[in-house]
Design a binder for this molecule. Structure first.
Ligand code: FES
Length: 102
């Protein structure tokens, strides 16, 4: 069974932006896509750049270092130079609070 942990408040991550949080020893990126929250590992599968600093377009994020794109819903790598997906996490909202399943 998933263990949900409070990760941030909704007001900390404005629509169209990402935020790095630390949850149980992991760096996790939280993204706000028009009010829907997604969470992935905050480490690009290519060379470890923080995806929370990337540009969001639709449900995709572009890595700030070399431009690989990932689907925020699934973590799937969509373009090179990333050849591996990134892990995603289940998200739950409770009022203004964002919880992530670890
Ligand atoms: S570190 Fe992300 S594409 Fe290279």
């Amino acid at each position: 069974m998933s263990n949900f942990v409070k990760a941030a408040s909704l007001r900390e991550v404005k629509p169209g932006t990402g935020l790095q949080v630390h949850v149980q020893g992991k760096d996790i990126a939280i993204f706000n896509v028009d009010g829907t929250i997604y969470a992935t590992d905050d480490r690009c599968s290519h060379a470890d750049a923080p995806l929370s600093d990337g540009e969001i377009e639709g449900c995709e994020v572009e890595c700030p270092l070399h431009g690989a794109r990932f689907d925020l819903r699934t973590g799937e790598n969509l373009t090179p130079p990333a050849w591996e997906p990134v892990q995603t996490y289940e998200v739950k909202l409770d009022g203004d609070e964002i919880y992530i399943a670890t």
